[in-house]
Design a protein. Structure first.
Length: 94
């Protein structure tokens, strides 16, 4: 995948995340950085507990949903990325 395709995937992921959050009536800001050489999408919101869920179950489900939607939009696999809220996944990886 070249640089332009990667950027298109990142834009798609951000758009999908923002659309899902809007449909859930969750006011949030999605910020993108890099973590472990992969795109990292940090969701900043006051609805942290709702998005994380017990033991991170909601967050992992959101990650899976966004990945599947991005792959469907691209028509195949996309570059790995991480969706996170309140650094929940980052803390578990580090």
């Amino acid at each position: 995948m070249n640089q332009d395709e990667n950027q298109k995937t990142h834009d798609d992921v951000r758009e999908i995340l923002e659309d899902i959050l809007r449909k859930m009536n969750i006011q949030a800001v999605v910020r993108q950085t890099d973590f472990l050489d992969a795109p990292y999408f940090q969701i900043e919101t006051s609805d942290n507990n709702l998005l994380i869920g017990e033991s991170g179950q909601h967050l992992y489900a959101l990650q899976t949903l966004v990945r599947r939607m991005a792959e469907q939009k691209r028509g195949g696999p996309c570059q790995p990325f991480l969706v996170d809220v309140e650094d929940f996944q980052r803390r578990h990886i580090e």
